[in-house]
Ligand binder design. Structure first.
Ligand code: NAD
Length: 304
C-alpha cells in the first residue's frame, strides 16, 4: 500500500532515537532530525545523508512536515518540546500529528492528550520495548495508545521501526503498560542479582547456573538477555540505571496517584537509588548486580 507520509520530524537522537532515525530512513522517509546536542544531530545525518536532514532549531521541523516523533528521556522533556514547537499556533501545519515514543508518565500523557486536543493536533503515544538492538533492527515492541483512528493512521510509521505493534487503548494506556513492563524487569533484575550473588559466593559456577535457570521457572528477560553481559563484565549501556530508575519512579508515582501500595517496587526503587548514589547511574541496568557484589564480595563472572 502506498505510504501516506513521506517526511517525518524526529526529536531526541540518543540510544533509541538513533535507531528510529535509521529505520525511518531505510523505509524511504525523509527524516528531519533534532537533538539538543549538535554532535548527536551530526552523527544521525552521517548515518544516511541522503535521507536524514539535521535541524538545529526544532521549530523549523514544522516548516517541512506535519508529523513529529519525540524520543526523549522523560515527561518534562516531552513537555519542553511541546511548549517550544507548538508555542506559535499560527505555525502549526494543518493536520498536525504528534507521536511520543519516549517512556513517560501515564498521568502526564493524559494531560498531553488534552493539550493536543485543544490545539487540534492528533496525538498518539508509542513507548517501546526491545532496547538498543530492537531500535537498530527495526524490531521494537510498540505499546501504542490514543484514538483508534489516529493509531490506524500512523501504523505505517510504527511498522517502519517495530515488529510487535499493539494498540493498548485510550491515551495513557500504552505508557501504563510500559510502566508495568519496566516495574517487572526491575524486580526481575534485582531478584536475579540477589540469587546469583548467593550461589557464586557459595561456589557455584554462574555460567552453569544461568544455563539451568534459563530452562527453569526462574527464567526471565534478566537472565536470558542481561546475565550473559554480567558474566562478561560488560556494563556499557544499553539501558542506563538512570533511565530505569526514572521508570520505577513512574510506577511508584502512578500507584501513588491511586493510593495503591507497591511494597516490592518501592523497595526496588531504593536499591536503584542506591546504585545511582554509588555512581552506577550511567552504566547498564544489569550493573545492579554490582550492589550485591559490593555486599557479598563475590564477582558474578564467567570462569576463564
Ligand atoms: P538517551 O539519553 O540516549 O537519549 C535521549 C536524547 O534526547 C538525548 O540525545 C538528549 O540529548 C535528547 N533530548 C533531551 N531533551 C531534549 C529536547 N528538549 N529536545 C531535543 N532533544 C532532547 O535515551 P534513550 O536510551 O534513547 O531513551 C529514550 C527514551 O526511550 C526514554 O524515555 C527511555 O526510557 C526509553 N527507552 C529506552 C530504551 C533503551 O534501551 N535505551 C528502551 C526502551 C525505552
Amino acid at each position: 500500500m502506498a505510504k501516506q507520509f513521506s517526511k517525518i520530524g524526529l526529536i531526541g537522537l540518543g540510544v533509541m532515537g538513533y535507531g528510529l532515525g535509521l529505520n525511518l530512513a531505510k523505509n524511504g522517509y525523509t527524516v528531519y532530525a533534532n537533538d539538543v546536542f549538535q554532535a548527536s544531530i551530526d552523527r544521525m545525518v552521517a548515518a544516511d545523508p541522503e535521507h536524514i536532514i539535521g535541524v538545529k532549531d526544532s521549530c523549523d521541523i514544522l516548516k517541512e512536515t506535519n508529523v513529529v516523533i519525540t524520543m526523549v528521556p522523560n515527561s518534562p522533556q516531552v513537555q519542553e518540546v511541546i511548549d517550544k514547537i507548538f508555542a506559535d499556533e499560527s505555525k502549526i501545519p494543518a493536520d498536525m500529528i504528534f507521536i511520543d515514543m519516549s517512556s513517560i508518565s501515564p498521568v502526564a500523557t493524559r494531560d498531553i492528550a488534552k493539550q493536543m486536543e485543544a490545539k487540534h493536533i492528533t496525538f498518539v503515544e508509542g513507548p517501546v520495548s526491545g532496547g538498543q538492538s530492537g531500535a537498530m533492527n527495526g524490531a521494537l515492541t510498540i505499546m501504542a495508545a490514543g484514538k483508534k483512528e489516529a493509531f490506524d493512521r500512523v501504523h505505517e510509521i510504527f511498522e517502519a521501526v517495530g515488529k510487535n505493534i499493539i494498540y493498548c487503548g485510550e491515551s495513557g494506556c500504552g505508557q501504563a503498560v510500559k510502566v508495568a513492563n519496566q516495574l517487572m524487569s526491575a524486580v526481575n533484575l534485582v531478584g536475579m542479582s540477589e540469587a546469583f550473588e548467593m550461589i557464586t559466593k557459595y561456589g557455584v559456577d554462574p555460567t552453569i547456573a544461568m544455563n539451568v535457570i534459563k530452562n527453569g521457572s526462574g527464567r526471565c528477560w534478566a537472565i536470558e538477555d542481561r546475565m550473559p553481559q554480567i558474566l562478561k563484565g560488560n556494563f556499557q549501556p544499553g539501558f542506563k540505571i538512570d533511565l530505569h530508575t526514572k521508570d520505577i519512579k513512574l510506577a511508584t508515582n502512578m500507584a501513588e496517584s491511586m493510593n495503591l501500595p507497591l511494597p516490592v517496587t518501592n523497595l526496588v526503587a531504593e536499591l536503584f537509588k542506591t546504585a545511582q548514589n554509588k555512581g552506577y547511574g550511567k552504566l547498564d541496568n544489569c550493573a545492579i548486580i554490582k550492589l550485591y557484589e559490593d555486599l557479598g564480595g563475590a564477582e558474578v563472572r564467567a570462569k576463564e
